[in-house]
Design a protein around this ligand. Structure first.
Ligand SMILES: [Zn+2]
Ligand SMILES: [Zn+2]
Length: 380
């Protein structure tokens, strides 16, 4: 017996995703779980694959920002049970390598190497079409109704948060809030610049507000996203197309520049702005992901003479087992806002229009709902 269901399949660069039937084996193998997805957000990383910025094998089910309900568990699974609400995590971790052991599972040696080839740790795929293997993006593939994933890629969560909102914590929210809290460790009173106000950038804004930054300057081309940034905690919102942007940033950075500048777009020009906008001793945090092979020139004197720091943040330096539940606790207490982050809910069949909106830089986050009842479920 196999489980057959529709999924959005990537077949080639710049081609629309195709809604096709795919199959999973009936029961999960040892150490894996079957999850029925309630919702999946559309992320810029998926668009990188669609545009050919990051090479990927085909056929491939994209999607890596999902939440749902565990429907079956394989032998040896210890943390999860049937019926658990889970957020999927795109950095499955082995738990024992030197990075896992030092609290940096997003850098896990073993699991990350396999997942970045879009296969399971044994090098094979779980999805099939007839006898043909179908890859799952970062070993998740959340643009299908079901996924079969390693136990470490599904994190159990409280049941009173709707799953469509929880799905965003699987990528954008953790990436953004984690970059502020875990990677940069922004301190109260700091001045913070956020370049880009998509799902990740708005989460950086919320993280900066959570850290009690005194100045939070958000920059985006879209007036609606700038408005949203202000609602979510930005003290200033600037138009990225403003000819005098660098001048305005120099005025607003306390003492000649910002303590922290977060690049949340993944573009060479904004990476340059982030580094230039720092004050003495300031830290630029590169959160956005650029196309493979892109480089940015750096003036080393600017870094050494004034002790500026450039650092990367992958998945918000998160420890998903700790951070996903914490973020949901903060949401439940009303400290952070997830509701405003979802700008559109669409059925799977309309996924290409969701990516069109992303290409046009409209809205913060589009979420695919697989089942409205399940997506809005907050207790089952
Ligand atoms: Zn993502
Ligand atoms: Zn590891």
């Amino acid at each position: 017996m196999t489980l057959s269901f529709p999924a959005a399949v990537f077949r080639g660069v710049d081609e629309p995703l195709q809604i096709e039937q795919v199959d999973l084996p009936d029961g999960p193998p040892p150490g894996e779980v079957l999850v029925e997805l309630a919702a999946s957000g559309l992320c810029f990383s998926d668009l990188h694959v669609l545009r050919g910025d990051w090479p990927a094998p085909t056929p491939l089910v994209l999607g890596h920002e999902g939440a749902g309900v565990v429907r079956a568990v394989g032998a040896g699974v210890r943390r999860l049970r049937e019926g658990d609400h889970v957020i999927l995590c795109w950095t499955p971790s082995c738990g024992v390598c030197r990075f896992c052991a030092s609290g940096r599972p997003s850098l896990c040696d073993e699991a990350k190497a396999k997942a970045s080839r879009h296969v399971m740790p044994d090098g094979t795929t779980r999805l099939r079409q007839g006898g043909v293997p179908v890859h799952s993006y970062i070993a998740l593939g959340t643009f299908g109704r079901f996924v079969m994933v390693q136990e470490s890629a599904a994190i159990a969560i409280r049941r009173d948060v709707p799953l469509d909102l929880a799905s965003l914590v699987g990528c954008a929210v953790t990436t953004g809030i984690g970059a502020v809290i875990n990677t940069a460790k922004v301190e109260p009173g700091a001045s913070v610049l956020v370049l880009g106000c998509g799902g990740v950038g708005l989460s950086v804004v919320q993280g900066a507000a959570l850290a009690r930054a005194a100045t939070i300057v958000a920059v985006d081309l879209d007036p609606e996203k700038r408005q949203l940034a202000t609602t979510l905690g930005a003290t200033h919102a600037l138009d990225g197309a403003d000819a005098n942007l660098q001048g305005r940033l120099t005025e607003l950075g306390a003492g000649g520049g910002f303590d922290y500048a977060f690049e949340a777009i993944g573009a060479p020009a904004t990476t340059d702005v982030a580094i230039r906008s720092l004050g003495k001793g300031g830290t630029a945090v590169l959160v956005g992901q650029v196309p493979a092979g892109v480089t940015v020139p750096i003036d080393p004197l600017l870094i050494s003479d004034q002790e500026r720091v450039i650092r990367g943040s992958n998945y918000g330096s998160a420890r998903p087992v700790v951070d996903f539940p914490r973020i949901l606790d903060l949401y439940a207490r009303g400290v952070i806002n997830l509701d405003l982050m979802v700008t559109e809910r669409i059925p799977l069949e309309e996924i290409n229009s969701g990516f069109d909106a992303m290409r046009a830089h409209r809205g913060a986050r589009t979420v695919v709902e697989f089942d409205h009842g399940l997506a809005r479920a907050s207790s089952m």
